[in-house]
Design a binder for this molecule. Sequence first.
Ligand code: ADP
Ligand code: MG
Length: 683
Amino acid sequence: MIDLNQSVQFIKGVGPNNLVLLQKLGINTLGDLITFFPRNYEDRSKPKKINELIDGEEALIEGICVTQMTETRFARNKIMLKMLVRDDTGDCVLTWFNQTYLKNKFKVGEKYQFYGKVSIKYGRIEMVRPVFDKNGLNKNTGKIIPIYPLTYNLSQNKIRSIIENGLKAVLDKLPETIPDYILKTYNLVEINKAIKQIHFPSDFEEYSKARRRFVFEELLTVQLALLSLKSRYDKEVDGIKFDKDVKMSDVINSLPFRLTKAQLKVLEEIDGDMESNKPMNRLLQGDVGSGKTIVSIIAAYKAAKCGYQSAIMAPTAILAEQHMQEFSNVLNKFGVRCELILGGMRAKKRREVLEDLKEGKIDILIGTHALLVEDVEFKKLGLVVTDEQHRFGVRQRANIVSKGMNPDVLVMTATPIPRTLAIILYGDLDISIIDELPPNRKKIETYPVTKNYERRIEEFIRSNVNQGRQAYIVCPLVEENEEFENFKSVVELAEKYQNDIFPEFKVAYLHGKMKQKEKDEIMQDFKNGIIQILVSTTVIEVGVNVPNANIMVVQNAEHFGLAQLHQLRGRVGRGEYQSYCILIYESNSKTTKERMKIMKNTDNGFIVAEKDLELRGSGEFFGTRQHGLPEFKIANLFEDVGILKEVQSLSQKIEESDPKLEKEENTKLRELVEEKFKDRISI
Ligand code: ADP
Ligand code: MG
């Protein structure tokens, strides 16, 4: 049997220098080498006629060599080589630099294939530094060529030939890793064929079949690994058993409003987890404004009354402060003590808080990343809540959890993650969903408009602010994304609004580069109604609650992901007033219009997310870059949703019929999963 763990240095073409370069790319073994998949392909299989060439494209031509190579010296010691080739439609000049060994390579009157970048100037057709083959040789041309994700110093040609040699070494000797019945049911290409075809496909259909096989394998492995991780965790780890006699209903009955059915259902699930022996590991998803915070307050109450401390982790100081207020409002009357810990806190105050925490005098500690610092020590940490989870990496979650002994963990997010994705992103968590908004919320009216409406929007804002309301204006910004460099900065825009448009109101701005303290002050002033119009980047995206604000204007809305627009929209409609979301877009593209229409017609975050996923294209699903997602070697969660669904229905069946992968037919799957865990441990 072939040993895939043998070092790549035994492969033909790998000398000491190349070995180092390969290792830099993470290629250590033969197995690494053959699963170093191309990032792209160049189709060098179909020749074009010379008179059909387009300036700037890369193309293949077939031509007869009509002149000898000419040599021109320039710039002291540089040499330019030129040659003319011809087909039945025209002439093309070929140019190389310094490659003098090419001088006698070509014979006048013979036919060759050339592939390279075309340049056409004043009707003169030229190809610079083409690769070539003698007619019929098909070494560098005449086929689809893989392009690998390389760093400098290793050429495409070199890696291609090393991989070719690696493939020769394993030729038809790879053991199949997917059980036969799965290959058949899902129409997957056998491994030996697939590995050859993914690197050197003879056409794109072959390529996509080969790719499908590896994507399927990868997703299936991750999915099964997550499931097994979950069942292992469920069974083996001893958690805290919170007291059944402490009733959540004490808090529930004290609230000025009635919880929704969805909130009650979720609380029941959480209560069940807390009272059970196994540690809670739950993801709570709920649309913006669905009332997740109160759910966490009630859970923390239960922990406190059972003698345990809770840690509540928020992604920003503004949010942490907001939570602090809400938690205190609800829980102070029950004698539960909440404290806040923030990055820029005064040293004396911080010391006091930490001491009290260590002595167990504080029941609930609310904070930002400041919670993660080493000297933050709990006496008896029993519950960890992280809010707006996607801002925290998995590692940070693990870090805070490690401050207790298998505490219960509740992860809350308003990012509506379609179920399919949630299962592969958070497969090791149980999922609860609040799928209902509190009653009497007015539906937010959404208007996508073009820039021509600017005056009318300004008047609309004016009349609302005159009635006592407040408005957000969001624009993308230089600092957050370099691509948006040409956009007016938030500061400039705010000045324009303040000086030219709304001199009678107080306008302020907020962006990511400001000091935390400044941001918090502005936000506080906005909350208190001192500021009426807040111009901002997406820093306000997460969780901020100002019920009096009823207008959200988003400029250049086409640059935001739908899920992100939905989050922004959720900043309004939090009070008793009719609220509006105005999306200003400039693009004329069909997709943009379609996306805007979805925003107008859909107020359910999950549907928005599903549609976003369908339409994606360039729009970023999560808006900002993801943290803590598993990295895939070949699968792309967005393009491969179809395969992901097949994989999930399969793994569900397997989980029901053979959860421990003990059946003979699933032996290979067990090996795949074990291999995966090996990876994890080595990380
Ligand atoms: P999110 O899920 O976006 O974090 P919040 O927890 O901030 O939502 O809740 C938004 C607002 O709704 C808060 O002011 C909260 O007090 C209020 N709220 C929560 N649940 C209910 C309910 N069942 N009925 C009425 N208002 C509620
Ligand atoms: Mg919230």
